[in-house]
Design a protein around this ligand. Structure first.
Ligand code: DX5
Ligand code: ZN
Length: 219
């Protein structure tokens, strides 16, 4: 059970201090948006490279960008230990995943709320993580989509059948109020932006999420 706070809700003028505040987390979730795949623009390679140099925890880059086939490998070179691309944007998802692994990173594949899981099940041997979006990607602070829980269960079932160790991440609207149902459905990596950085006591917010999911660890 791992917690990956999203710095999208952090103070972008003080990112080093904001990363220091989440040293009790497992990862720092970095949302890369290109204003094409999603209608929002955040940061890219040079910023990720700078963050990787100062972060106390490894970077979990979530690429909400077009053409990850071309751009995703650069994020490994920039220092990200986990790179997640969107299957909707990839021409060759298996190829992207294999390239990421070949460069030494964990390969994650994200699926938007309206994207079904079944067509991609056979990609599992090439993946380290599946990210089931629980909001439409693009912005922090949106409402959690509980209707994505059956998809989390379906991915968990596929991973069980496959037999390998593939993490399942949830991202969007994850908070103390919604994190338990994610864990119950089979998620094991929890991204939270506003539910962590929106709190006065950031370490306490991380500890609270950890305590809530600890009771729901899947076998
Ligand atoms: C949304 C991003 C999320 C975002 C989550 O497109 O992928 O990582 O930061 O923010 P919250 O936790 O506030 O929904
Ligand atoms: Zn994200």
């Amino acid at each position: 059970m791992q917690i990956s706070p999203s710095i999208l809700s952090a103070d972008f003028a003080n990112l080093q201090a904001e990363l220091d505040a989440i040293r009790s987390a497992d990862w720092a979730h970095v949302d890369v948006m290109d204003n094409h795949f999603v209608p929002n623009l955040t940061l890219g390679l040079p910023v990720v490279e700078s963050l990787a140099k100062v972060s106390p925890v490894p970077l979990d880059c979530h690429l909400m960008i077009d053409d990850p086939d071309r751009w995703a490998p650069g994020y490994v070179e920039a220092g990200a230990e986990s790179v997640t691309f969107h299957v909707e944007a990839a021409a060759d998802p298996r190829g992207v995943a294999r390239t990421l692994r070949g460069l030494g990173a964990r390969a994650g594949m994200a699926i938007k709320p309206n994207t079904p899981w079944a067509p991609y099940e056979d990609l599992l041997p090439d993946l380290d993580m599946v990210l089931v979006m629980t909001v439409e990607p693009g912005f922090g602070g949106q409402s959690f989509m509980a209707d994505q829980m059956p998809k989390v269960r379906a991915v968990r079932e596929s991973v069980r059948r496959f037999g390998g160790e593939v993490w399942i991440q949830v991202d969007g609207g994850v908070s103390a109020a919604t994190v338990e149902q994610c864990a119950e459905a089979g998620a094991d990596v929890f991204v939270a932006g506003s539910a962590v950085y929106g709190k006065d006591d950031v370490p306490a917010a991380i500890a609270e999420l950890r305590a809530l999911v600890a009771a729901h660890a899947h076998p």
